[in-house]
Design a protein around this ligand. Structure first.
Ligand code: MG
Length: 257
């Protein structure tokens, strides 16, 4: 095509577009449907909004079961409205299965915490539990206040996959807050990965994971890989280290359609 013809075609295409823009009205780009559903926010920021599924509000563990044997109740301790890890009872997970969601949780290591590295206030939030033990996708819970460890295993890391963007850990004895957006992976019928998992997380209000694309399940040893699942419980870890146990409160989740 000659330069002349190319220019002529360009002119013919751009002129009508330009004149269309001049005739356009503000209403042309206004969208009125579908209207977002009304959600009543909590009076206090961090408390569950009206459409949240409350997983723990200080009263009971009705939403939870043992992760080792889902026919058994979750046997962690509740004291003064606070959930305390029972290391002998093992991991616990939700009765319900989730896909994509927004999640809120508050956790605390004791003021008199001992131990170091991974053996200091270790727990974990498994964004999808895909089996017993530590199978799944773990956002690490650990005392990372002046506690050196491998950085892809510190608090708010995606365990052995993603270093947090910052370390806003509060001192032991103070409440720490996780707010997480989880996009579950999807799979083809043959088990191959269709779309990966993503996580965005705030730790004490500070962005620590920004739409991170996971490489698969988090693994203690070896490289991560995906295994097909469709909907999974959320799991909390009772880590076997000898430090004093963690506490949790105000846990809720909102499904993302
Ligand atoms: Mg852990």
């Amino acid at each position: 095509m000659s330069k002349f013809f190319a220019l002529a075609i360009f002119a013919a295409m751009s002129l009508p577009l330009h004149s269309q823009q001049e005739q356009a009205k503000p209403e042309d780009t206004e969208v009125w449907q579908p209207e977002p559903k009304v959600v009543t926010p909590a009076a206090e920021c961090g408390k569950p909004p009206s459409d949240a599924i409350v997983l723990f509000d200080g009263k009971n563990l009705d939403e939870w079961v043992s992760a080792q044997d889902r026919s058994q109740p979750a046997k962690w301790t509740i004291a003064d409205g606070i959930l305390v890890v029972s290391k002998t009872a093992g991991n616990i997970e939700t009765k319900r299965a989730f896909h994509n969601y927004q999640f809120h949780m508050e956790w605390r290591v004791p003021e008199n915490i001992t131990g170091s590295g991974q053996a200091r206030g270790n727990s974990g939030l498994f964004l999808a539990s895909t089996g017993t033990g530590d199978a799944g996708y773990e956002l690490q819970v650990l005392d990372s206040y002046n506690n050196k460890t491998y950085v892809n295993g510190m608090a708010a890391s995606i365990y052995k996959q993603s270093i947090p963007l910052a370390n806003p850990t509060r001192k032991p004895g103070q409440w720490q807050v996780y707010d997480v957006v989880w996009t579950a992976p999807t799979f083809n019928d043959d088990g191959s990965l269709k779309t990966p998992a993503y996580v965005t997380a705030f730790f004490n209000g500070v962005l620590v994971q920004n739409h991170f694309e996971l490489k698969g399940e988090t693994r203690y040893i070896g490289q991560p890989f995906y295994k097909k699942f469709d909907g999974a419980p959320i799991k909390l870890q009772a880590h076997g280290d000898k430090s004093e146990p963690l506490s949790f409160r105000n846990i809720w989740v909102r499904d993302i359609p």
